[in-house]
Write a protein that binds this ligand. Structure first.
Ligand SMILES: Nc1nc2c(ncn2[C@@H]2O[C@H](COP(=O)(O)OP(=O)(O)OP(=O)(O)O)[C@@H](O)[C@H]2O)c(=O)[nH]1
Ligand SMILES: [Mg+2]
Length: 296
């Protein structure tokens, strides 16, 4: 059965409850489910130059896909990375950072606008020790004004280890000092208020591996249910926590339920068939839940 992980086929265990359905219905279900399993999400990473966008995406996904430069802004175009596991691919659009020069900014803001509707989620990196978010706010509002949906944005406070007083960072335990922790809490609250975020803002440090598990969980929760399982399979193994897997699994079960309902809605149902369909639906979803780890 583990072969299905690589071939993208529906495991045999799912075929059995489906075999009780009319042939056309069962075929539609399998077809739609496979589309979901094969779905290749696209995540965009936006924010200011040097905020740590490329570094963050290298830490989340394996193998690390992006180039990182300590001095000059190094992402000039949208870099499309592919993170591949078996036959499945996650696409990452790593955007050039805004607020480098006014001329580049105009170009980049056009680029952000052109891409925003094509992305499953936009991760917006705000550097923890940056006091000026004017450019971020302006660009974000512009995107909302041109139709982007606020629930598609997940803001993250990056480079938490640089938060003042940065000399107090606990290098042994990779944790902020109490004063840094207090400042990080205040800063995440400020970001959530200023950007009126739908999802929680979490402070992370990619170099210190700080809060990344918590943030990966927030990432999976913020993604549309149709793509969270497909993204979860590409996270580095340490970030595929129980919570990540549970959220992704339940998301996929709800998608499978909607697929079942849509496919069943075209069947002419008598009272008895309706009862049988409801029983099959429950069995089908229980099996989906049980075999999720084989599909993703
Ligand atoms: N201390 C610390 N440094 C970081 C962290 N994340 C990134 N950096 C450093 O910050 C610099 C910029 O990081 P990048 O990931 O290239 O930033 P970017 O947002 O992709 O920059 P552009 O490509 O110019 O838009 C690099 O020197 C990174 O090593 C972090 O969490 N902590
Ligand atoms: Mg970059």
């Amino acid at each position: 059965m583990s072969d299905c992980t690589h071939t993208g086929q529906i495991p045999d265990v799912l075929k059995q409850p489906l075999s009780c359905l009319p042939g056309a219905l069962s075929d539609t279900l399998v077809e739609r489910l496979l589309l979901c399993v094969h779905y290749e999400p696209v995540i965009g990473i936006m924010g200011k130059s040097g905020a740590g966008k490329s570094r963050l995406c290298n830490t989340l996904f394996s193998p690390p896909p992006a180039r990182v430069d300590p001095v000059r802004g190094c992402t000039r175009h949208v870099h499309r990375y592919q993170v591949t596991r078996g036959p499945r691919t996650l696409h990452i659009a790593d955007f050039p950072g805004i607020a480098e020069t006014p001329a580049l900014d105009r170009r980049y803001r056009r680029l952000y606008r052109a891409w925003s509707s094509r992305l499953d989620l936009i991760v917006w990196a705000l550097k923890a020790d940056d006091r000026a978010w004017k450019d971020d706010l302006r660009c974000y509002r512009e995107l909302l004004n041109t139709g982007a949906e606020p629930e598609r944005f997940l803001f993250v406070l990056t480079q938490a280890d640089k938060m003042e007083p940065c000399r107090e960072w606990d290098n042994a335990n990779h944790l902020p000092s109490p004063r840094q922790a207090e400042n990080l809490r205040a800063k995440t609250e400020l970001a959530a208020t200023l950007f009126a975020t739908i999802h929680p803002v979490i402070a992370v440090s990619a170099t210190e591996n700080y809060n990344l598990e918590l943030w990966a969980e927030a990432l999976i929760k913020a993604l549309p249910v149709s793509s969270c399982s497909a993204v979860s399979r590409h996270l580095t193994p340490e970030l595929r926590t129980e919570c990540v897997q549970q959220t992704a699994r339940e998301g996929f079960v709800s998608v499978a339920g909607a697929i079942f309902d849509e496919a069943a809605s075209v069947v002419q149902t008598s009272g008895r068939l309706l009862y049988q369909l409801q029983r099959l639906r429950r069995r089908f979803l229980a099996v989906i839940r049980a075999v999720w780890h084989l599909l993703f």
